[in-house]
Design a binder for this molecule. Structure first.
Ligand SMILES: [Zn+2]
Length: 247
């Protein structure tokens, strides 16, 4: 059993055939339901507080053809976006900026990291391999950034967890298992330090309360008074994640 921050996951009424999913985000500022489609084809339904699941279901059914069309457009665009290698990588969580230098040379692309500079050397036409090399570097870097940050935040808050793991994920920023294992999304390194800290506090609070009950939110609020604004910002956090990361 896990609890995730930021969003719930919904399935299309006929998910058996399409296997598509959407995320529901509750926004205190939303007056009515709206749908957003992100690069890569991720669908988000923004709803006012207190919206019933059946209303979300009806909304999605009513706007299904529009959403399908947008998803197809974004998938096509996303394919090009993620194909290109970045010129620079900005890790907002640490403020670091890495320049990427590419050198076309025989052999499979390999990545060398030096202070502030990544050197990609190899046959650059093999873009999938080049991207995988970057993705592996990102996962290592995210591990180095996030695991110590979690330990420090836990000590700060006086909360204990048993294990930390970092993965590249498309749908969730973090989760906490009943055994106290906290999983963090490597994409968190693209979020601001404040938003990252909020997510860490959120998952650590789940070591006490495995749900999103009022007791859970009271604990979060005690540890991070600005949690509402930060939770909204985290909900929009996918905008900061470059397309190549999740390809
Ligand atoms: Zn949660």
């Amino acid at each position: 059993m896990t609890a995730s921050a930021g969003a719930q996951l919904g399935l299309w009424p006929d998910s058996g055939t399409t296997g598509m999913a959407w995320q529901v985000r509750t926004s205190a500022r939303a007056r009515r339901l709206s749908a957003r489609v992100f690069p890569g084809g991720r669908v988000e339904i923004v709803v006012p507080p207190g919206t019933r699941p059946v209303s979300v279901q009806h909304f999605v059914t009513r706007h299904r053809s529009w959403i399908d069309r947008k998803v197809a457009e974004h998938r096509a665009l996303g394919a090009d976006d993620g194909e290109a290698l970045p010129e620079a990588i900005h890790l907002r969580a640490t403020g670091e900026r890495w320049q990427l230098r590419c050198v076309d040379a025989p052999g499979a692309p390999r990545l060398l990291a030096d202070t502030g500079c990544l050197l990609l050397r190899g046959e650059l036409s093999r873009t999938a391999l080049a991207r995988h090399a970057l993705q592996r570097w990102l996962l290592r870097t995210a591990h180095q950034v996030l695991v110590p940050r979690l330990a420090a935040t836990a000590a700060d808050c006086g909360l204990a967890y048993s294990r930390a793991q970092v993965r590249r994920q498309r749908t969730r920023w973090g989760s906490c298992s009943r055994r106290g294992t906290i999983s963090l999304n490597a994409c968190l390194v693209f979020q601001s330090p404040e938003v990252l800290r909020y997510l860490l506090v959120h998952e650590l609070a789940h070591t006490r309360h495995m749900d999103h009950s009022s007791r859970f939110w009271a604990l979060v609020a005690a540890l991070e008074p600005d949690w509402r604004a930060l939770d909204r910002e985290l909900g929009r956090g996918w905008h900061h994640v470059p397309a190549w990361v999740l390809r």
